[in-house]
Design a protein around this ligand. Structure first.
Ligand SMILES: C[C@H](O)[C@@H](O)[C@@H](O)C(=O)CO
Length: 529
């Protein structure tokens, strides 16, 4: 019988840790029971704390926990919640025993998202690990995987859907376009504005400068303090004009009177101030794209930036003037990468340039790979993902655009000062999905195809209620990739999505993006296509 150590990384926000603890506890109990059935014991490497949860809540705490773990012991990192990878990365980086990351297949909290972030971070750090996920912890996929790990310390997942991209297969016209964009970026250079690098321990989301320089991309390291100051300088009437612009477009805001739990107009006005400040800062520093870290630091000063990010990502957005009255990038999105995920930011820059040149919709966003399920209404019989993110989704992705978009208060356990979201359901259409990630000290891109699908209203509501109701959803079907293949292969919590006008256009756009990434030296893999 072997003793396996259980580690649980959590949020930095105690409000989230205490609220999510019962779900984590239930998952740990199930996991322990299965491990026991297989003749082993699962032992927590750190206690449940008097605060009422058993999560590691800081990096230092994680380091101290790992000092007490025998270096060759098998470790399971179990996640039912959103977690900060840097809490456990230092300990895992020097650990000598086998590592297994596990999450419960549930939409309730972003546990699968936390798992994927950790997997991406371990991949970037070159730390060997295995990974599993399960709804009941009784299914064959989970049990055979766990058995394999317990016996050999590894699990072989099916990655037969992945093949190397062959640049010679790209039509000359698309290859030429990719060459032109790569040459323009390398020659003229591009700035990505980064408002406080590193969000919520997402080590995988940081691209070392040295990997960006050869492709002509440079970071402008901006501070959220500068954004806070600039936000405070925007006069109320300017913010009100941006708010009125959204109202005129038909957007719905769900207001209440208690700012602690409900959205108020004041919160939205502050978000409009932030939007104007962000546009001006992007203009002043010449940033082609910007990313606001926002979850830590800014959340204690201002409403969340989610609505702001979605506004920025839309070509059709409220106008913002310079001091001389000229409009900044009129009619053009200012690419925003949520949670300052630089891999997503780089992808979004390439996507925006490419789709504009191809005459395709340019609006792009990341989503969390939050969860997925069968369509319980029975309208389809394939597996439908719930791509869902707290912010940054452009209204152009929603059925009905601005008029199909709604704003709810951000959950108070994450955002004490609230702020409205930009909720909607993604309109049906052909999509290209992709993810840039760092592995073996180099940039990689996984890319594939799929559709955003329309589900009956009650099924949309069920999915939304099963996750975070205020956040936007894309119900997505991925071409040629099963649920477990996607989970096994994907090296990030985020996935980048963009629409094309038709299936043929999307195929072309995918090939052109793959060619562009390959031209820039990335190792590109086609997934499911
Ligand atoms: C509010 C939460 O921290 C979310 O931001 C989290 O679930 C993520 O979106 C992680 O990508």
């Amino acid at each position: 019988m072997t003793e396996i150590m259980l580690v649980a990384s959590g949020d930095l926000r105690e409000s989230a840790n205490t609220k999510c603890w019962p779900t984590q506890k239930a998952m740990e109990d199930k996991l322990a029971a299965v491990v026991a059935e297989m003749g082993h014991t699962l032992k927590r490497a750190h206690p449940v704390k008097p605060e009422g949860h058993g999560f590691i809540a800081t990096q230092r705490e994680g380091m101290d926990v790992f000092r007490t773990i025998e270096p060759h012991a098998p470790i399971i990192v179990a996640e039912a919640v959103w977690q900060y990878s840097h809490h456990v990365l230092p300990g895992l980086s020097s650990h000598k025993g086998p590592i297994l990351t596990v999450a419960n297949w549930s939409g309730q909290w972003p546990g699968l998202v936390g798992l994927l972030n950790l997997n991406g971070s371990l991949t970037k750090a070159g730390i060997a690990y295995s990974s599993l996920w399960s709804e009941s912890f009784e299914d064959d996929f989970f049990r055979s995987g766990l058995k394999s790990w317990l016996e050999s310390g590894t699990i072989a997942h099916d990655e037969s859907h992945v093949r190397p991209f062959d640049a010679t297969a790209v039509p000359a016209e698309l290859a030429g376009l990719a060459d032109d964009i790569a040459a323009d970026m390398a020659g003229n250079k591009v700035i990505m504005g980064v408002f406080d690098e590193g969000c919520m321990g997402m080590y995988n989301a940081i691209i070392p400068d040295e990997m960006l320089m050869p492709i002509g991309v440079f970071k402008e390291r901006l501070s959220q303090s500068a954004l806070y100051h600039a936000t405070k300088q925007v006069p109320e009437e300017e913010a009100r004009a941006a708010y009125q612009w959204m109202l005129d477009k038909g957007m719905t805001f769900h207001f209440g009177s208690d700012p602690k739990e409900e959205l108020t107009e004041d919160q939205v006005i502050d978000q409009c101030r932030m939007y104007i400040a962000a546009v001006r800062l992007a203009d002043f520093f010449g940033c082609e794209a910007i990313g606001i870290q926002y979850q830590q630091g800014l959340k204690d000063l201002l409403p969340a930036s989610d609505l702001v990010e979605g506004m920025l990502n839309n070509d059709d957005r409220p106008p913002v003037a310079r001091a001389d009255g000229s409009i900044i990038r009129e009619g053009q999105a200012i690419v925003h990468f949520n949670e300052v995920d630089e891999c997503a930011g780089l992808d979004a820059v390439l996507t925006n340039r490419l789709h504009r040149a191809l005459g395709q919709p340019v609006e792009t966003t990341l989503h969390d790979l939050r969860w997925g399920d069968a369509d319980k209404s029975g309208s389809r019989d394939d597996f439908v993902w719930v791509f869902e993110i707290s912010g940054a989704v452009p209204p152009a992705h929603h059925e009905g655009g601005w008029a199909g978009s709604e704003s709810y208060r951000q959950p108070s356990m994450f955002f004490p000062f609230g702020g409205g979201t930009l909720k909607g359901y993604a309109r049906p259409g052909e999509i290209v999905w992709s993810r840039i990630f760092v592995k073996d000290g180099a940039l990689h891109m996984d890319i594939g195809r799929g559709q955003a699908v329309k589900l009956p209203a009650e099924e949309c509501e069920r999915r939304s209620r099963a996750t975070d109701y205020p956040w936007p959803i894309m119900n997505a079907v991925l071409t040629g990739v099963s649920r477990d293949q996607m989970m096994a292969r994907h090296k990030a919590n985020h996935i980048q999505v963009v629409y094309a006008l038709s299936a043929e256009d999307a195929d072309k756009a995918m090939m052109a993006k793959a060619a562009l990434a390959a031209k820039m030296g990335m190792t590109v893999s086609l997934c499911g296509v």
